[in-house]
Design a protein around this ligand. Sequence first.
Ligand code: ARG
Ligand code: GLU
Length: 762
Amino acid sequence: MILKRIVLFFAAALLSSGLANALPDEGMWLPMLLKQLNEADMQQKGLKLSAEDIYSINQSSLKDAIVSFGGFCTGEMISPEGLLLTNHHCGYGQVQAHSTVENDYLTKGFWAMNREQELPNPGLTATFIVRMEDVTKQVLSGIPATATEAAREAAIQKNIARVRSEAIAGTDYNAIIRPFFYGNEYYMYVTETFRDVRLVGAPPSAIGKFGGDTDNWMWPRHTGDFSIFRIYAGPGNKPADYSPNNKPYKPKHHLPISLNGVTEGDFTLVFGFPGRTSEYLTSHAVQEIYEVSNPAKINIRDTKLRILDKDMKASDAVRIQYAAKYASIANYWKKWIGENRGLQKANTIARKQQLEQQFQQWAATNDKRQQQYGNLMADFEKNYRSLDGITISRDYITEAALGIELIKQAADYMKLQELLDKKASESLINSTADQLADAAAGFYKNYNAPTDKKVFAALMALYYNDIDPKLHPEVFKTVQQQYKGDFEKYADAVYGKSFFTSEAGVKEAMAAIKAGKTQVLKNDPAFQLASGIVSHYRANILPTYTQVNDNLNLLYRTYMTGLREMQQDKKFYPDANSTLRVAYGEVEPYEPLDGIKYKYYTTLEGVMEKAAMEGIEDYVIPARLKELYEQKDYGPYGVNGEMPVAFIASNHTTGGNSGSPVINAHGQLIGTNFDRNWEGTMSDISYNPDQVRNIAIDARYMLFIVDKFAGAGHLVQEMTLVTDDTSGLAHVDSKRKSSEKEAKKEKKKEKKRKRKEKEPAL
Ligand code: ARG
Ligand code: GLU
């Protein structure tokens, strides 16, 4: 312990002396500010490109190869003909949608052997960033400093609408404007969204999801988590709805793929769309997350997962119905567990408290500051205290009550009841009833009422017992009076009577409503409970929650201003908000626990080791993969008889970065991001450089699976594979040069014209 402190002390001393200008790898940076904030640091860390090569609006740059995939993941262009690389878990829904019992692409994988076989996916989009712009001035114009938060917000929305529509007038672009640093700054992203995105290839789940939930959030990792799509465009290479006449999109840039792989210490960059982080929360908020929210949510999901697991093990039908739901519930359940451990290990709460004390002291050093920031910490404290019981109630409503499928389902019908109450027109009521009945089909295909009933009894009991009775919904009185708090009995009654337990029941009820029986919903016990809980939420939780969050937003806006004033040498990056960002770091091993050091890469050897463990379903592999391993048939993708599979680096990433390209110092693709290590999941709240690593599939493993495993070498031929260090922009350099030539020619012409103009007319 003492030794560790001494080391820390020296490390700190070192940092404050010579190495001060090297930033830690923390940060998700705005592409348009790289030149100003990061270029020097990135180059010092090994980047061979300029900021302009990464993000430019005048010439093609790396950003032209990056898309937001469906709005929830990232993807990158890897061929001049619109091939898009992303994760298997990002394309999972599409692969599943195309799968049938006879053609089970999830299990067997899917490979289009020619363009005709590529499969359209209605609703799936790929969005490029055309340019971004600082619009703070325009968005905040005409807003007095004294405006209330509500008035300010209303004025901002008006300004945003104006700025947006001006920016995209006469184009088929879209634009989004988002607050950064809690509304201290606003940036606009002008976007171009393609709507014809087809499935090209996906490995079997035994490769693409290898390790499943057992390995999720973990390193060492062996998942071939990738899938391939293709963007199609209409006339003029422009976005169009699906049409057989559409042509493969020609991107302004696609990433060349390096066959050289990675070595410890290599510079890496992740370019993508991180979803959400909260790095500037005060200690009060982190304490609430750590002590109250996370433990509660973990416990609720834990309870639910146990029930699902038991029923899934007992029945194949239930297993198939609940596989995807189980994975998605387990994903954040596991993340929160890791997050709490990481917060504890890094001593985050104490460190935040220290910073807040330092802030207080700094504020006290002069009158103006004292006036502006002196009460800030006390105000935070007060506001967070007024959320006592509110945040946790909200957690139980979203996680426990609405975590019960029947309740969630019934709650969706509240809009229909509202129409009935309002005596809306018959046609509106009927069409709403029809829509709900249609949507029900998809839901009930994967619904098993007996399983859900067990979840109901367990989760309702948690809600009832864990939440202060003062904050109970009215309907809980019934449980008390009629069922004496016995949730099994209550479940029997609800599931015995509610029409929401089956699709047929819903269809019948909707038909009855259309026939004028307006009491059907109100008489249903699941509906009564759902609407009771939601109404309670709207009446007793939401108003305080909204009010306090408005207050907090102002406090955080002020705090950000103050922090940036206090730490003038520090470079600040805004929290993730699903906008395009650059993270950079290096390929780096780590020590998760005393005595353990993890290498920075894994190989096919490890896949075989895991596959040899008996009885772990997540580790079953296709026979063909084993064959290739035994023959060491790795083509040009292996190194020294080994097949690299995944690697880690210290890039700051979060959910939404899935599918993001990991790019080397030369602008070449070396991997695709798909996860974070468990020890590092607290980086959404506080980045610990010691422990945080992003996990990527090695690009060579992707190529090996496409070419050697799937025999889809025609796809590899479309890609640009490189083995030298020439810039990742080399193949666009020729394009760039020719456009420079064009520009020069234009200039000459212009000069000539001007000279002519000057010549006296004859
Ligand atoms: N943890 C990764 C991410 O947050 C992968 C999730 C999908 N994989 C899984 N086994 N559930 O989204
Ligand atoms: N798997 C995550 C995603 O879907 C990325 C992991 C993370 O949260 O860093 O975006």
